[in-house]
Design a binder for this molecule. Structure first.
Ligand SMILES: NC(=O)CCC(=O)C(=O)O
Length: 265
């Protein structure tokens, strides 16, 4: 399987419309890949809270249209990262879109864990409730999560319980916590014996330098590829069957003890 992670630079000197056109062209150039992955909220930047409202779009808005067409032009599965979605009631969500090679929407996922504690995304956007997996026929099952979700292992375990073998994590992770990003991507891969494809942004928006360093980790925790800090296309080839082999050779997932009593005392 060949995957391309498009680590897009999100800077304020480029308009949302210009970036959308540029990213669509980059996706088209990935013809021949099986899966293309974009970062979180790449139209505005994940920390550009003040831009969310103006840039919000219905699910089937301009980013949906551009990415559906780019996926079908390239003939690839496309995890198009996330967009600020405005639902029919006016509520915003951080919503990921996954397209089939025919350009059909295969899945959408509203980010469950919103970042910012008592400000930013956490107050501006609603929370998703449903973990989402996507079956790529004859290939593997994707489990999708978004950025801050990476800190919550129980979500990833739910995805694995639903059959996920490749965990895809679009993000807008800041440079100041880059060490967490790398560590958590490896931890989620090792504990779930799954591939992790984590695609971040580069550049600086809203005064927050982005980490870049998109990363692909295999089910044994080995880093197969890692980007640098700037805009980059990270391409990697791997065998999804390694998930089943790893889980068979080192069957730790079978040793889970569920439903523990709460601690006494
Ligand atoms: N956009 C995000 O979810 C940022 C997450 C983050 O900065 C962190 O978890 O640290």
């Amino acid at each position: 399987m060949r995957a391309s992670l498009l680590q897009i630079a999100v800077n304020e000197d480029e308009t949302v419309e210009a970036r959308r056109l540029r990213v669509a062209a980059l996706v088209r150039e990935q013809a021949g890949a099986d899966l293309v992955v974009l970062p979180e909220l790449w139209t505005t930047g994940a920390f550009a809270f003040e831009a969310f409202d103006a840039a919000a779009e219905p699910l089937r808005g301009p980013t949906y249209e551009a990415m559906a067409k780019a996926a079908s032009d390239a003939g690839v599965w496309l995890h198009a990262g996330s967009v600020p979605e405005r639902d029919p009631d006016g509520r915003l969500y951080n919503t990921s879109l996954v397209f089939s090679p025919a350009g059909d929407l295969a899945a959408s996922y509203r980010k469950i864990h919103r970042f910012g504690f008592d400000k930013g995304e956490a107050v501006l956007m609603g929370a998703g409730r449903e973990p989402v997996t996507v079956r790529l026929p004859d290939t593997a099952t994707l489990g999708v999560a978004t950025c801050y979700d990476l800190r919550f292992p129980e979500l990833f375990r739910a995805l694995v319980d639903a059959g996920a073998e490749i965990l895809v994590v679009p993000a807008g992770w800041p440079e100041r916590r880059r060490a967490h990003w790398t560590l958590l991507a490896q931890a989620r891969a090792v504990e779930n014996q799954a591939f992790v494809l984590a695609c971040g942004t580069a550049g600086t928006h809203a005064g927050v330098p982005q980490a870049g360093h998109s990363i692909v980790v295999d089910p044994w925790g080995e880093v197969l590829a890692e980007a640098g800090p700037d805009e980059e296309i990270l391409t990697v080839e791997f065998d999804p069957a390694k998930v089943a082999r790893t889980r068979e050779q080192f069957p730790a997932l079978k040793d889970r003890v569920l439903g523990l009593e709460p601690p006494r005392g």
